[in-house]
Design a protein around this ligand. Structure first.
Ligand code: ATP
Length: 516
């Protein structure tokens, strides 16, 4: 099903965007144009100055300054024309040099871009001040949070968003995408200038919304931003007409509820971020996303999509709704983080999986460990089994209350729980610092699910481990996962890579009960 917002006429949008861009341009040419652009913008700035000078020269000599024309066999026009040509050649040279410098830096960090006039990547965070005048407080917060160097996605996505360009970005799990979209928001929004809701960040789960809100508040420390998490209570009872929110973080369902039932007005939203965008474009979410995107009717809105996996279908969809978007891919598209050591383990059947898990815990348990299963029923069953082993174990799934879910995450983060059993509800975006190992007790339903699950470890430059158990039933789907493993530098037996290609991408078999 195609979302309705796709029917928005492109022509209409182009016109709207043109109207919007004017004030930004006049504010700061060099800043906003960025790019191979920084040079281009500089060049055009220079051009303007020089044109001014040229005008003064001609007029000055003959009209205002009253001085006599220089004695020359060549006419003033000839000299002027030559100067202009030389200057243009110089500018072109500088522009080419800048393009070369950008290309070298992108190559160094594995950044691939497409789009017109893409802003230059950041050399370091200090450029946020020199190039974009980002403000001392936000800059200090970066240092206080221990962020010394921008990650590759931050190097490219931050300048793009600071230049008010729409973008869709794909970078590995744990590579700092959150900061890449939060930081430009905080810079661009300045402080409480408008009423209503000014920026919306959509995340597929409550846990991720809550984590993103927390990160945003940390980054905005000392600034008076009104940053809100859309809770169930707020969605049901919020008086949004009287409320001023700079940044609202929500799941699509809660936001759609507030739009429908509480008449929430999103027409002044200036920035819309779709985090884990490919998940948000899946069938279960698409209607909600549609109504949110439609409600964000501000013609000047800047939208951005972020994920570690970006299927072509989502890219195509994104292209139809975005204007002049920049595409940023870090590393290889749809690949796992290279920091994770990945292993496939044959366990025969369902019974064998439990034995293999117990055996591995007996040999060495290096907490924290996250175990993924296919459904909430299976999560409950496995929890029931491990509860009697001498392990501090907990479980998280969609049947638990909000408080229980929050407690499960908090206890795991605090080290009170060593092993957390989970469904895919926390497979995306969750940042558990120092997670050593992910175990796929149940084989993931797709390559994308695999990438996100194992991506809970090996984050922010740390190494991690991922073990995937498989049974006879999972064998036909092994190749999908093996391809991901090979692409991220892991060894896989040749027979797996020689398995036939499957047309069906999703694998969610009926499994025997875990209970013994
Ligand atoms: N420049 C940086 N330097 C050091 N650490 C950073 C930097 N930027 C972000 N981090 C840290 O890296 C970790 C992962 O970041 P983040 O959660 O944004 O990853 P992500 O790319 O969004 O991953 P996912 O695809 O799983 O959502 C976080 O703990 C974050 O604090």
């Amino acid at each position: 099903m195609k979302p309705r917002f796709l029917h928005l006429s492109l022509q209409e949008k182009v016109k709207e965007e043109e109207e919007e861009e004017e004030p930004e341009k006049s504010n700061s040419v060099a800043v906003e144009a960025g790019a191979a652009g920084a040079a281009q913008a500089m060049a055009s700035g220079k051009k303007r100055k020089r044109k001014g000078k040229a005008f003064e020269n001609v007029e000055g000599i003959s009209v205002f300054k009253g001085s006599k024309p220089a004695k020359s066999t060549k006419s003033a026009g000839d000299v002027e024309g030559k100067d202009e040509v030389e200057k243009e050649a110089l500018e072109k040279k500088e522009l080419n040099r800048q393009i070369e410098r950008d290309a070298i830096m992108r190559k160094k960090y594995g950044i691939h871009v497409s789009g017109h006039n893409v802003p230059s990547p950041l050399q370091d965070f200090s450029e946020l001040n020199s190039r974009y005048n980002c403000g001392a407080r936000l800059f200090r917060n970066l240092a206080e949070l221990g962020f010394k160097e921008p990650t590759p996605i931050q190097r490219q996505a931050i300048p793009v968003l600071l230049s008010n360009r729409e973008c869709f970005a794909c970078a590995p799990t744990g590579s700092g995408k959150t900061l890449a979209f939060l930081y430009p928001l905080l810079v661009k929004l300045k402080r409480g200038m408008n009423d209503g809701i000014r920026a919306v960040i959509l995340c597929p789960t409550r846990e991720l919304s809550s984590q993103t809100t927390r990160e945003c508040k940390k980054l905005a420390k000392g600034k008076k931003f009104r940053i809100k998490l859309m809770t169930k209570g707020l969605a049901r009872n919020g008086d949004f007409e009287k409320m001023h929110i700079d940044i609202l973080v929500s799941t699509p369902l809660r936001l759609q509820f507030a739009i429908r039932k509480r008449n929430m007005d999103l027409s002044r939203v200036e920035y819309l971020v779709l985090d884990e965008s490919d998940k948000l474009f899946e069938l279960g979410f698409v209607k909600q996303i549609d109504s949110v995107v439609k409600a964000c009717s501000n013609p000047s809105i800047v939208r951005s999509l972020f994920s570690a996996t970006l299927p072509d279908s989502v890219e195509e969809l994104a292209r139809t709704i975005m204007h002049d978007a920049v595409r940023i891919i870090v590393g290889r598209k749809n690949s796992a983080s290279e920091l994770i050591k990945q292993k496939l383990v044959f366990a025969g059947n369902e019974e064998g999986k439990l034995m293999a898990l117990r055996q591995s815990f007996r040999e060495s348990l290096n907490p924290p460990v996250l175990i993924f299963v296919q459904s909430k029923e299976r999560a409950k069953e496995l929890y029931g089994e491990l509860l009697f082993d001498d392990i501090r174990v907990d479980v998280i799934h969609a049947d638990l209350s909000q408080t229980q879910r929050e407690d499960a995450v908090d206890n795991f983060r605090a080290g009170k729980t060593w092993v957390l059993i989970a469904t895919d509800v926390i497979a995306r975006g969750m940042d558990f610092k120092g997670l050593n190992c992910v175990i796929n007790f149940d084989f993931p339903e797709s390559a994308a699910a695999y990438i996100h699950r194992i991506g809970r470890s090996g984050r922010a430059g740390r190494t991690g481990e991922a073990i995937t158990l498989y049974t006879e039933d999972d064998m036909p789907f092994l190749r999908n996962i093996a391809n991901v493993m090979v692409a991220s530098g892991c060894e896989v037996p040749n027979w797996i890579l020689a398995l036939p290609k499957l047309k069906r991408k999703k694998h969610r078999p009926t499994r025997e009960s875990i209970l013994v």
